[in-house]
Design a protein around this ligand. Sequence first.
Ligand code: PGU
Length: 402
Amino acid sequence: MIKRNKNIANIKAGYLFPEIARRRREYATAHPEAKIISLGVGNTTEPILPHINAGLVEGARRLGTVEGYSGYQDEGLPELREKISSVFYGGKFSIDEIFISDGAKCDIGRLQLLFGAGVKVAAQDPSYPVYVDGSVLAGAAGGWKGKGYAGITYLPCTASNNYFPDLAPIPKNSVIYFCSPNNPTGATANKSQLASLVDVAVRKNCILIFDAAYAEFIRDASLPKSIFEIDGATSCAIEVNSFSKPAGFTGVRLGWSVVPKALKYAGGESVNADWSRIASTVFNGASNIAQAGGLAALDPEGLKEIRALTDFYLGNAKLIRDALQKLKINCEGGDNSPYIWAHFPGRDSWEVFSEILEKCQVVTTPGAGFGPAGQGFIRFSAFGHRADVEEACTRLEKLLDK
Ligand code: PGU
């Protein structure tokens, strides 16, 4: 029989969120009477709003007609690519620099195929686990070494650096993963911080993968929503983005990546051409129904709905922040992002996770699941029905019980 892929052998057991679901099930089985509330995985809960939903329905209806039927979509509907460029990037990118995907997570996985096993990797710590876990699966990192994977340069984001990392350790010629507004810390980088990141990427010949999945939650108008608001980014960055959180498309599945033509490898070859080659080889395009929904989401009415939906989740985030602050628990995020990063100094985050589950019947996400610097933190997700979030906030007071 063939031998097990050594890269898979290198990865620690269980992806974070299924492990949390397992612990939740275990608790529910032991306490069948408990009404558990999830502020764990960042999964949208509210219905898709009417204009966007009508776009999806119309997309499905057209498939049942001779004139409206369509098959494979390859790199995506040209109208959608053009609309993404004009709505989010001021028309700066041509349609062949915008690739429609079935979501940001899936594109991050395929990007790792693009860079292969030999590449060096730097990532914010803590960060969305797919950057590091995916790099291990692609063979770009080695096994777990006590406090992290061998070959990953972790860039700690802590209270002491205001959750923006020291960029000095970034290796030359590496792939850098950076997410703003950040998952899990909720911290959102400002223009000068992102300018310093682009400067480092350019000077060290790195490619920056910028994950802007939460950009539509930004309310402070001075904070960049895209890495391409920074001069020089088109020669060093790829941006991944998604309709999941802003439009409630977590189950519909639609995202995009921007791969500028100005982005070149050391030998001068085009990264855009290679990405097109990879995407057309191992991906057959996003659902045409989802793309019809995406087009509706970018109409003026759809954009208003995105604003209303993200406002709703930010309202939840404020409730959670206020509840934690009332308990004198320090926290970050929740103002321009749907995540609140709560500090439990000196504690093991899985232990705090269990305490919150047992005392409050609230599911959270332990910070250690996002990287070594997440130890001692808990992530609260603001995705939930309002009544559940209010109830969870009341229950958090039980944390004061001895
Ligand atoms: N990028 C970031 C930074 C994310 O936090 C998430 C989802 C995605 C991308 C995924 O986007 P899609 O377009 O839907 O693929 N993070 C959630 C869900 C967990 C998961 O495994 O994706 C979270 O709770 O962190």
